[in-house]
Design a protein around this ligand. Structure first.
Ligand SMILES: NC(=O)c1ccc[n+]([C@@H]2O[C@H](COP(=O)([O-])OP(=O)(O)OC[C@H]3O[C@@H](n4cnc5c(N)ncnc54)[C@H](O)[C@@H]3O)[C@@H](O)[C@H]2O)c1
Length: 246
């Protein structure tokens, strides 16, 4: 079993869905998790981890606010003196056909899904460089690889994350820091629960594995990339999509 004992891992958007599952699994593998979310939204994630005997603390962050990101990372460093793993998971969708898309919906999606990963990575990189160790894992999407009508903003942000990760992976590889991407397919979370049952079934029919993914499916991939076992993997895009896009 992958052992993450002694590692300090920040997970953004840890209040629910994939971020919560990632935080829970990292903690179950022994990591000290910094569950970062807006307000006290991740409090129940922290409680769940602690009541299972794991280690977690709550951190407030709005990932679209550079000062808030800097304060969140500074606080984590103050409490734990190191950051081994950063999971850039927080994300939003504001779907609309290009013809009708508001600039605000473009800007908000880019700020949350792409610029935030830049800001969070920049905030942790110095501490990782100093220790000559680190793992950055960015949560992209199958949509960043395949495209999807009605999601030009979301697809651009998620494709941007892939380029960002590959470029950063080259910058920091010699310091034993890896930067990888997990690209989930259609995962059963609040983000997708708005889809009608029919739309969910139509989607599932296009997935070779024949079902939507779970947040735990994605968490397993993140945990692997965070582990020592993945130390020779960098700049990689790990699809967790049931074969939906190959
Ligand atoms: N669900 C899917 O099918 C799917 C597929 C591919 C990729 N993803 C990606 O996985 C990640 C998690 O998605 P999810 O399905 O768990 O969605 P979700 O909506 O359940 O969770 C998103 C999380 O991000 C947080 N968040 C949003 N904006 C934030 C901000 N400004 N500051 C701090 N936190 C913020 C939310 O509070 C929430 O905790 C996202 O990046 C999403 O794009 C999801």
């Amino acid at each position: 079993m992958l052992d993450l004992s002694g590692k300090v891992a920040i997970v953004t958007g840890a209040s629910r869905g994939i971020g919560r599952a990632v935080a829970v699994l990292l903690a179950a593998r022994g990591a000290q998790v910094v569950a970062a979310a807006r307000g006290d939204h991740a409090a129940s994630t922290v409680e769940a981890i602690q009541s299972a005997g794991g280690h977690a603390d709550l951190a407030q962050v709005d990932v679209t606010d550079g000062a808030s990101v800097a304060a969140m990372v500074a606080g984590a460093l103050e409490r734990h003196d190191r950051i081994d793993v950063l999971v850039n998971n927080a994300g939003i969708a504001r779907d609309q056909l290009l013809m009708r898309m508001k600039q605000e919906d473009w800007d908000q999606v880019m700020a949350t899904n792409l610029t935030a990963a830049f800001q969070c990575s920049q905030a942790v990189i110095k501490a990782m460089m100093k220790r000559r160790a680190g793992r950055i894992i960015n949560v992209s999407s199958v949509v960043g690889q395949s495209g999807n009508a009605g999601q030009t903003n979301y697809a651009a942000s998620k494709a941007g994350l892939i380029g960002f990760s590959k470029a950063l992976a080259r910058e920091v590889a010699s310091r034993n820091i890896t930067v990888n991407v997990v690209a989930p397919g259609l995962i059963d979370t609040d983000m997708t629960r708005d889809l009608t049952a029919k739309a969910q079934n139509d989607w599932a029919a296009q997935i070779p594995v024949g079902r939507l993914g779970s947040a735990e499916d994605v968490a397993g991939a993140v945990c692997f990339l965070a582990s020592d076992e993945a130390s020779y993997i960098t700049g990689h895009v790990l699809a967790v999509n049931g074969g939906m896009y190959m």
